[in-house]
Design a protein around this ligand. Structure first.
Ligand SMILES: C[S@@+](CC[C@H](N)C(=O)[O-])C[C@H]1O[C@@H](n2cnc3c(N)ncnc32)[C@H](O)[C@@H]1O
Length: 269
């Protein structure tokens, strides 16, 4: 016996709602995951069934935030797919002037802070000429990102000198130094929204390990919107399992890094 009644139609309704709101396409195999994550909300709200929860969701706009937070997967690490950060450093060093970077699925912050550390290292200063926008749909993940305080074991991918230079001990944990924090603006952005408050053009756009949650038409629409945001020599960084099937929009440079093709498609010759 389950603690809460959870019917096929409850699951279908939840799949429809999260797809419509966040673009997330949950496969039937995610049924137990959905139960486990939302059961916590039912317990907290003292509800007896998923039907009651869905009814509450319909009348209480505030619950949407917790619903979405519960159903997003925020797994990330510092310097995940480390080769991307070496490519970013070379890319930034070659460029002149102020540069904008958007990290479009920043989760709990490890990715934008890795970008900021790379920028500092590229220019050998704590005030490199970059501004980073870090966004995510999950307000829970973003709150952790903004706080920038991590358990020691999260910092394992960093070298000892990176840890010393960019973090300071804080009540048994490690806090991002203000100089690094200052390079990043955090913002809640739903990639499904019609308008994104993103200043372009971008020297680099990181959208890693989130496309896998979207269906192909959604991925395509996002890629169409990403391309004009990038400088002609800007870089798009995708996740390791996200080869981009849009060869009219982006040119692969290897290691899931892409260059935008000129608007109007690839040159004909
Ligand atoms: C698995 S994490 C990836 C984090 C990081 N980019 C990385 O590669 O380590 C996926 C993130 O995408 C976010 N996400 C899911 N749907 C989204 C949407 N529609 N708009 C913006 N972010 C979304 C989730 O909240 C989650 O934090």
């Amino acid at each position: 016996m389950r603690e809460f009644s959870f019917t096929d139609s409850d699951f279908e309704r939840i799949r429809t709602l999260i797809h419509r709101h966040a673009g997330i396409a949950l496969s039937p195999a995610k049924r137990e995951m959905v139960y486990g994550r939302l059961a916590r909300r039912l317990r907290r709200l003292k509800l007896a069934s998923f039907a009651d929860y869905l009814a509450l969701l319909e009348r209480d706009a505030h619950e949407w935030e917790d619903f979405v937070n519960a159903l997003t997967t925020n797994y990330t690490t510092f310097f995940r797919e480390a080769h991307h950060f070496e490519i970013l450093k070379r890319h930034l060093r070659q460029r002149k002037g102020h540069q904008r970077i958007w990290c479009a699925a920043a989760a709990t912050g490890e990715e934008p802070y890795s970008i900021a550390i790379s920028a500092c290292e590229a220019f050998d200063t704590l005030s490199p000429p970059v501004e980073i926008l870090a966004s995510d749909l999950s307000t829970h993940a973003l709150a952790i990102a903004e706080a920038g305080v991590y358990e020691a074991d999260r910092l394992h991918p960093l070298t000892a000198s990176q840890r010393a230079k960019f973090f300071e001990p804080s009540q048994g944990r490690y806090a991002v130094r203000p100089e690094l924090r200052r390079l990043i603006r955090f913002e809640r952005i739903n990639l499904m929204d019609a308008h994104w408050p993103v200043k372009a053009p971008l020297a680099a756009l990181f959208c890693r390990n989130v496309m896998i949650y979207f269906d192909k038409p959604t991925q395509r629409r996002l890629l169409e919107r990403f391309r004009p945001l990038l400088l002609p020599d800007g870089l798009y960084f995708a996740g390791h399992a996200e080869s981009i099937l849009a060869d009219d929009l982006f040119r692969p440079l290897g290691q899931t890094v892409y260059a935008p093709l000129p608007l109007g498609g690839p040159p004909s010759s």
